[in-house]
Design a protein around this ligand. Structure first.
Ligand SMILES: [Ca+2]
Length: 313
């Protein structure tokens, strides 16, 4: 099996950072064509800087990191410093990255890559608000049919919401973009809070990563030390949910995950439930399925995968 070509679209974010590291540590399964950054957890200037920091930690300053959209399609940006800290990557000591930012706008990189590669061979992996993906589809409708699959972190059904009582952060920040992606006709696999809240970075799991005694292991453990605080305090859970790495782990080991092919619609008008993913888990409508909505994972297998792969960097 040849490595799957992907573009990671991201707003790092400690959990985004782990997802990027997991991808870079898995060259046999994943061919990372480039990283596009979007405003989300923190503003764009920080997400693109953080993405370059993560590539540098991994010893991969050659990766193309592109800056994309700095605000949602139609709305002011909402950020999440309360979760990720002021930098978006609080925890380890941070430095100014020396690797350059790629010249092309992230949206143009997505368009050019999809036009250049064979149709049906590039998977998009959005780990933040879906602004860049929707903007690319709007600007170049010819690329939509060329996407192999979109595997994204976003949404929630049974776990309801984490930024409002009804909505998950990535979808809430740019609900119009999410709606455009879910109605694009591209095969979509979603990692909602329903699954990511089962991927908890517990103390023993963080210590196993620290125990790698490498630069990457140390950096990751320090990020997760910080990241864990918020969720343990808020939810009383055993650790912070490692949302975004679920996307990359699914590409490497899909058998760790299970879900249902169902219809998912994004609420874009109600102020109260803006960005809610109305997921027809029980099949109570005859609306056609448009997403594989993941609900469960083998959490031990997931963390074993992350730890063993990070050991390769
Ligand atoms: Ca993210």
């Amino acid at each position: 099996m040849s490595a799957r070509k992907i573009i990671i679209d991201t707003d790092p974010g400690q959990d985004d950072a782990v997802a990027i590291l997991l991808a870079l540590a898995s060259p046999q399964e994943i061919d990372l064509l480039g990283i596009t950054c979007v405003a989300g957890n923190v503003p764009l200037a920080l997400t693109q800087t953080n993405a370059r920091r993560v590539c540098e930690v991994a010893g991969r300053p050659d990766v193309a990191v592109h800056a994309g959209c700095d605000a949602p399609l139609q709305r002011p940006l909402i950020t999440a410093e309360h979760v990720h800290g002021k930098t978006g990557l609080d925890g380890p000591d941070l430095w100014d990255p020396t690797m350059p930012l790629a010249e092309a706008h992230g949206v143009d990189f997505i368009i050019d890559t999809l036009r250049h590669e064979e149709p049906g061979t590039v998977t998009l992996c959005p780990l933040g608000p879906l602004t860049n993906i929707a903007a690319a589809f709007q600007k170049a409708p010819d690329i939509v049919d060329r996407v192999q699959e979109i595997v994204l972190m976003g949404g929630a059904y049974f776990e309801v919401g984490n930024i409002t009582p009804a909505a998950e952060f990535n979808i809430h920040v740019d609900p119009e973009a999410a709606a455009a992606v879910l109605t694009s006709g591209v095969p979509v696999t979603m990692m909602p809070l329903d699954v990511t809240h089962k991927a908890l970075a517990t103390r023993p799991r963080i210590e196993a990563i620290r125990g790698l005694k490498s630069k990457v292991g140390h950096f990751t453990a320090e990020m997760l030390d910080f990241f864990e605080r918020f969720d343990v305090e808020k939810y009383g859970s055993e650790g912070g949910p490692l949302h975004d790495p679920c996307v990359i782990a699914y590409l490497i080991r899909p058998e760790l995950f299970s879900g249902r092919n169902i219809n998912v619609v994004v609420e874009t008008t109600s102020e109260l439930t803006l960005g809610m993913t109305v997921a027809d888990w029980w099949g109570v409508t005859d609306r056609p399925a448009n997403a594989l909505f993941i609900g469960d994972l083998d959490a031990d297998g997931f963390f074993d995968l992350i730890t063993s792969r990070l050991a390769q960097l």
